[in-house]
Design a protein around this ligand. Structure first.
Ligand SMILES: C[S@@+](CC[C@H](N)C(=O)[O-])C[C@H]1O[C@@H](n2cnc3c(N)ncnc32)[C@H](O)[C@@H]1O
Length: 409
């Protein structure tokens, strides 16, 4: 999570379809005196634009370390006094005043990405002023059955053709039960029917992170079908939108491809039906896609009947067994190390003590204290409060090299 690096942020800003649209939406929404929440600020692009359009105050929140760079960029542009950076998840933040505008781009290839939907719902409920604006306002999810040989060949076919004469069923099961970013340059020519909307996420009213829809097409042409292409359109504010639809100017998001269990020979007039579901289970998006292809000229004779799910696409049987209600969990060694470290982070031990004690306690795991230091650093970032000292929120004042030095002994 939060694995974006400076290159990823750069690529996002360079995507002018996306960034121009957001800039225009902010220009139309921000007033002099507006308070803006930039949720997932990254290097601060929306915060800077909000200031440029007159915002009185911007709260720019992101757990990513890039926020340190964002701080410097804000200062370099003369906005340091108007942008308050908070290195945290918005779900853990309370603002001193409600936001008139909440702006965020936490989309992945689809809008259901990591904890984006629960976080947006939470921000709207707790941090938005009555009558305030959500940017984006709405995402619309689309799907179309497609011919996508390159995507299909890349992922599914390597296992389907019995390479070297071996039986690759288990690998095929996993490959055919996962979705990924489409590789082909899909255009509407590859569709077997008009794109159809299968869900709308209206962020002004959204209450659930689970998304589902049912679709049906009458095939408009003959060909080999490989799966469903899925994408979204974003309405940022009234009159400002962009789309990732095949055939539109390319955006960084692309489209998702949900492969079918096997390619299907489709004839014009066939009925293609699909049910798509995405449920957030803990931190995991459980996707299910069911497809039937039938021939109405032969009394609806089934040509294909696929029930696919990322549930079957994970080599995770032991993980799934772990989730059985009668399972009695016991910590593994990694868990014991982390439990030990966290128990020492009780406000009574210095970092040096914690690292030394961890190295001694788990001498069989750690060759040196710098190995233990990296585990301590991970937990320190995630689970501890900022240091309570003058200027303590400015992490640049801390000694960042401490965790990599060997402690005495
Ligand atoms: C796609 S980047 C967007 C960066 C920048 N705003 C832009 O649009 O170019 C999404 C960012 O959201 C952050 N993020 C994810 N969930 C968040 C949350 N609940 N609160 C704050 N930031 C979050 C991630 O760390 C990541 O930096």
């Amino acid at each position: 999570m939060f694995g974006y690096d400076i290159y990823a942020f750069g690529r996002m800003i360079r995507d002018s379809v996306r960034t121009d649209a957001y800039a225009e939406a902010l220009r139309r929404s921000v007033r002099t005196n507006s308070v803006v929440l930039d949720m997932g600020t990254g290097v601060g692009i929306w915060a800077l634009l909000a200031c440029q359009f007159g915002a009185r105050k911007v709260y720019a929140v992101d757990p990513n370390d890039a926020i340190q760079i964002a701080r410097e960029i804000a200062a370099a542009n003369g906005y340091a006094d108007r942008i308050e950076f908070v290195q945290e998840l918005t779900t853990r933040v309370t603002l001193p005043e409600p936001a008139d505008v909440i702006v965020t781009d936490m989309h992945g290839i689809v809008p259901m990405f990591e904890q984006s939907l629960p976080a947006i719902i939470d921000a709207r409920r707790r941090l938005l002023a009555p009558g305030g604006k959500m940017i984006p306002e709405k995402d619309t999810l689309w799907a179309a059955p497609v011919q996508a040989p390159e995507s299909y060949d890349n992922v599914v076919l390597p296992w389907a053709n019995d390479p070297y004469g071996f039986e690759w069923g288990p690998a095929l099961r996993i490959a055919a039960n996962d979705w990924f970013k489409i590789k082909d340059k899909i255009t509407p020519v590859e569709f077997f029917g008009e794109p159809k909307c299968w869900a709308t996420l209206d962020y002004r009213t959204l209450e659930s992170p689970n998304v589902a829809g049912e679709l049906s097409w009458t095939a408009t042409r003959d060909g080999i079908g490989h799966g469903l292409a899925v994408w979204f359109d974003t309405l940022l504010v009234d009159g400002v939108a962009f789309s990732n639809a095949p055939g539109c100017p390319e955006t960084i998001f692309g489209q998702a491809f949900f492969p079918w269990s096997e390619p299907v020979s489709i004839s014009k007039g066939d009925t293609i039906s699909a049910v798509l579901r995405c449920d957030l289970v803990g931190n995991y998006h459980l996707w299910r896609w069911q497809t039937t292809v039938s021939d109405p000229r032969q009394a609806g004779k089934l040509k294909a009947d696929f029930k696919q799910s990322t549930f079957f696409g994970m080599p995770l049987s032991s993980s799934l067994n772990k989730r059985a209600p009668d399972h009695v969990p016991r910590l593994n060694q990694d868990g014991e190390i982390r439990q030990f470290v966290l128990s020492l982070m009780n406000g009574g031990n210095s970092l040096e003590t914690i690292i030394t004690q961890t190295t001694i306690q788990f001498a069989n795991c750690f060759g040196s204290s710098s190995d233990a230091g990296s585990v301590v650093a991970e937990l320190l970032e995630k689970y501890t409060e900022p240091p309570d000292r003058p200027g303590g929120n400015d992490t640049s004042e801390r000694n960042p090299t401490f965790l990599s030095i060997d402690s005495p002994g």
